[in-house]
Design a binder for this molecule. Structure first.
Ligand code: PHE
Length: 379
């Protein structure tokens, strides 16, 4: 190589490293399950956050009190385990000294990490943890999604009024705060409408259970008109297949846990025609939703699911709050998050007194291996 060119190259590298080193950084933690039976949740969550943060960094960073900060997103895999999640929250807070955390996905994981963040005064926005208890941990804990008392009622209503089912069965994981919570709301709501839950079958630990034949045999004997497969996508797909193999032909309904491109792949024919409740539809015509779908698809080569949309929304909420807080102080960020009024991909975000946004749900249907939009349900 020509000597002059080499010197020029070294100079450029030096200037670049100096400018990078002198740029101010703000650290934001991320927690989600990137491995285990619900790994697509973590991938979507990480991708959704990165899309928002990279866009801000490309513009020179986020303006906090008149200074531009580049966002340093530090991600931890909680493997869908509450214990691992608690350690991840601790590591991000104590070691990395993040100013806020976006996570986790599963309610049981956020419930394990949230008290640690609350004690440390580090704000948390869970994109997707729907269990009602999550934000009740304390005033530093927020979420970007609706809560299960709403979601369970949406599924019950859809089963009774749209599918015209008068009897229903439920199968759920008894050891999971999320599935257990929605099962209760579904039963209560369905019976309030005039329906009857004729079988209420549970098991413990969906990660370890692969044979649902005992529960499904009881459900078959009760002869329900609809079955609520209240589980994350891997278990729900397995339950559907085993139910069909037992000769059960009635329709399935599900919660947001079905929301993964893997679900129709794993469930195949068995999940065709099933309906589930989730947080957003890629067919939402609002410009903010369509721009997001376009950018995400260009970047990652797949249609964003609800987890990607909610992670993106949680990142938007945090960026907007950091700007309004004008400080990286935990209490200032918390107050700014609480005052949010922002249009996001999944809807307008305004927090109620329990730090939950009040938002519409989407009902989607599995059709030819894809999710198609059925309708929005307002709270
Ligand atoms: N709502 C689930 C929980 O609280 C997580 C989830 C959200 C899964 C959205 C899929 C889609 O555990």
């Amino acid at each position: 190589m020509n000597k002059k060119l080499l010197i020029l190259l070294i100079l450029v590298c030096f200037l670049f490293s100096v400018s990078v080193a002198s740029a101010k950084l703000v650290k934001i933690g991320g927690v989600a399950c990137l491995t285990g039976g619900a790994a697509t949740y973590g991938a979507s969550t990480k991708n959704g956050c990165l899309l928002a943060f990279k866009a801000v960094n490309a513009e020179g960073g986020v303006d906090i009190g008149g200074t531009k900060y580049l966002i340093n997103y530090i991600f931890e895999d909680d493997q869908g385990s509450a214990e691992v999640a608690a350690n991840a929250f601790r590591k991000l807070i104590d070691q990395d000294e993040v100013v806020a955390i976006i996570g986790s996905v599963m309610s049981k994981c956020t419930l394990a990490g949230a008290p640690i963040a609350q004690d440390a005064g580090v704000p948390v926005i869970s994109p997707t943890s729907t269990n009602a208890q999550v934000t009740l941990t304390g005033d530093y804990i927020f979420r970007a999604c609706f809560i299960d008392p709403f979601q369970g009622a949406v599924v019950a209503n859809f089963s009774y009024n749209d599918l015209k089912a008068k009897t229903a069965a439920v199968i759920f994981d008894n050891g999971n705060d999320y599935t257990k919570g929605i099962a209760e709301v579904f039963r209560e709501s369905f019976e309030k409408l005039g329906g009857k839950v004729v079988a209420y079958e549970s098991f413990t630990d969906e990660d370890k259970t692969t044979d649902f034949s005992a529960q499904l045999t009881n459900i078959k004997a009760a002869n329900p008109e609809v079955i609520f497969l209240d589980a994350y996508y891997s278990a729900a797909a397995l339950e559907a297949k085993q139910a069909r193999a037992l000769g059960i032909t009635v329709p399935f309904v599900g919660p947001d846990g079905w929301d993964s491109a893997e679900f129709p792949k794993l469930g195949g024919e068995a999940v065709e025609g099933g309906h589930f409740c989730t947080h957003y539809s890629a067919e939402d015509p609002r410009p903010i939703a369509q721009n997001f779908v376009k950018k995400y698809t260009e970047t990652y080569g797949q249609t964003p699911d609800a987890l990607a949309a909610l992670a993106y929304d949680a990142a938007l909420i945090l960026i907007d709050s950091l700007q309004r807080a004008g400080s990286t102080d935990g209490a200032a960020i918390r107050d700014a998050i609480f005052a949010t009024n922002l249009e996001c991909v999944s809807g307008q975000i305004i927090f109620d007194e329990n730090r939950n946004p009040i938002k519409k749900a989407a009902v989607l249907k599995v059709e030819n291996g894809k999710f198609v939009f059925v309708k929005f349900v307002q709270p």
